[in-house]
Design a protein around this ligand. Sequence first.
Ligand SMILES: Nc1nc2c(c(=O)[nH]1)N[C@H]1C(S)=C(S)[C@@H](COP(=O)(O)O)O[C@H]1N2
Ligand SMILES: [Mo]
Length: 438
Amino acid sequence: MSEEKGVHELYAVDPEKADELVWGRKSDKLSRRGFVKGSGLAAMTAVLGASIPFAKYMPGGLIPAAVAQSNEAFTIQGKSGLTILNDRPINAETPAHLLDDAITPASRMFVRNNGIPPSTSGIDPLQWEIHIEGESCERPQVFTLGEIQQRFKHHTLQLQLECGGNGRSEFYPPAKGNQWTTGAIACPNWTGVRLKDLLAECGVADSAVYVAYEAADSHLSGDPTKQPISRGVPIHKALENESMIVWAMNGEPLPELHGFPVRMLCAGWPASVSGKWLTRILVRDRVHDGAKMMGQSYRVPCEPVLPGASVADEDMRIIESMPVKSLITFPKSGLELSGDARLHMRGHAWAGDARVKVVETSIDFGASWQKAKLKKPANRLAWQHWAANLEFPQLGYYEVWARATDEAGRSQPMVLPEWNPRGYLNNACHRIAVMVTA
Ligand SMILES: Nc1nc2c(c(=O)[nH]1)N[C@H]1C(S)=C(S)[C@@H](COP(=O)(O)O)O[C@H]1N2
Ligand SMILES: [Mo]
């Protein structure tokens, strides 16, 4: 069911970017003609299965004919098996069965870009500047990432990041935006410093209400006065122990697509508050009014509305904690069990700012539920692993459903939660198909 974009489509839109993604090669800005070299050449050689004697004349932006003539699907460098929803900006999600790892590897982490990422390859990450300022910042300062790494205590935490629009594709009437199914969730390890340590150094005035980010990516229109996204969180969320600015993911520098060299991370909330390519932190004396904070973005109706209704901006509220949710990561949907009607299954569950209290599974469309084994999170705001052993009473087609409940007693809806204009917060039960045969 993967809808990967053909290599042609990508090149048609942005040949330079395509080159970078497909081959990891960079066009030479000075001569305005890129040539294949270095790691790009190595990648290309590996794919073609032969050396390229005249590589030094091979122009950037050219699809090697050997690849162009095959129906080879386009894949994003450093990723494997992701479903591409969009190529400009790049957006890709991870099929549920590829999220089986306890700690999400970079190769399996979804990508959500609202604009065009900055070109950061070859920069010195230690010299990257982060400005801390805003109406309620008492001592505005500029730090390099190197200074931040030297001066503040490092922390490593496993933290979940889920796009507010994850699950959007199931809403009806449909909502505009990336048609995420279940794969815009990840839970890697992150290393960085606490936002509260940084902010303490710069002085947070009593008037502080919100902490927001600005970033180095550019608006899709190319207009330099516009930002693709600049969001934030209330001061209480920014000052939590788990709110960080991070430069490493699973012990490696952040991948470019995930915000290299540094990003913000406020887990458990829509991932749009976790700004990539961080350049500025604003301590605001009001609710932040940056790009995608206002209007209908990342907002849901204050009161339930009929599907398809239009809702005035003033009747919408900003999404805060994400709702309770779970995923079946093993087995992959469509499994055929033959000769043995038993199944071991597993997955993860998470609940925004809250803890998951119980995960249950059902093989009878929710008529009855069995409790699964549930582990504690590695730390606050990390997803929790669950596992269950199921037995099917007779041959036939089954659906296995999983449902999590948080410590406040809130659980996942079986079919769909409340409809909302932009299709956020779909935490419906995940289900997989299992066929039991003789
Ligand atoms: N600078 C910047 N930060 C950003 C975005 C962006 O487009 N630009 N997208 C946001 C959204 S909507 C999501 S869901 C997450 C996705 O993070 P990822 O691409 O590392 O998975 O980044 C957030 N941070
Ligand atoms: Mo998002």
